[in-house]
Design a protein around this ligand. Sequence first.
Ligand code: DGL
Length: 269
Amino acid sequence: MLPTSDQPIGIFDSGIGGLTVANAIHHALPNEQLIYFGDTVHLPYGDKSADAIRYYSLKISKFLLEQHCKMIIIACNSASSAAYDMLLDFFEGKALFVNVVDPLVQAVISHNYQNVGVIATKATINSSIYKNKIKTINQKVRVNQLATPLLAPMIEEGFYRGSISKSVIENYLSHPDLKDIDALLLACTHYPLIRDEINTFYGGKIDILDSTDVVREDVISILQKENMLSPKRKKEDQFYVSDYTTSFEETARNFYGEDIRLEAMHIWT
Ligand code: DGL
């Protein structure tokens, strides 16, 4: 059966990084009920094989569809790279699927950048998804990719806006491949939390783009086009994780910027 406008929006990530996207949507679309799923059992996705990430994404999407979600936002670049096409095929007609890669690619094209850097997990960089998609639209854009695998676990553990994150960020961004870029894509949904530190590293001289604003705009325009905007919120938002710890809940609050409660949802047992 086709979904209807009053059904919730599902959002998933390997952990709590996707909460940056969820929060942007929550503020822009207060009538929508959100159901968030962080797969903390398998975090980080960035070090997993594409097959493993596809399997996790399939199972989580199935769970979100069982919650009657009308739209599923893959708020993780690693999962968007590995699993988006498969999810579209597998669940055709059951829900609207949104990935976090295409809106950032479109932003690069519309700003007409000529030399962009991409930092992301190993899974996203190894897929070359940003390079391939940008170059398919404009062959002339130079795309310099760098895997920055320490960043997501570092942020997830609460190490940001401090001396540890400063030195890890400086170490990565000093890489010769990222010299002379005119924009840097933060191609991981954890990275908005270190956006200010990255901006400080560059002294505000280049543009820094992350998924939150562009994905929010993409979601709004898809829901408008499909006539699926909810007229009224029916229930409170729900935040599930596949493995619950209290420290995790505290970090989740920092990510979301509001007091939220996480609930354990054991979809793997
Ligand atoms: N938030 C995920 C992404 O956007 C990465 C974190 C992870 O490696 O699990 O790629």
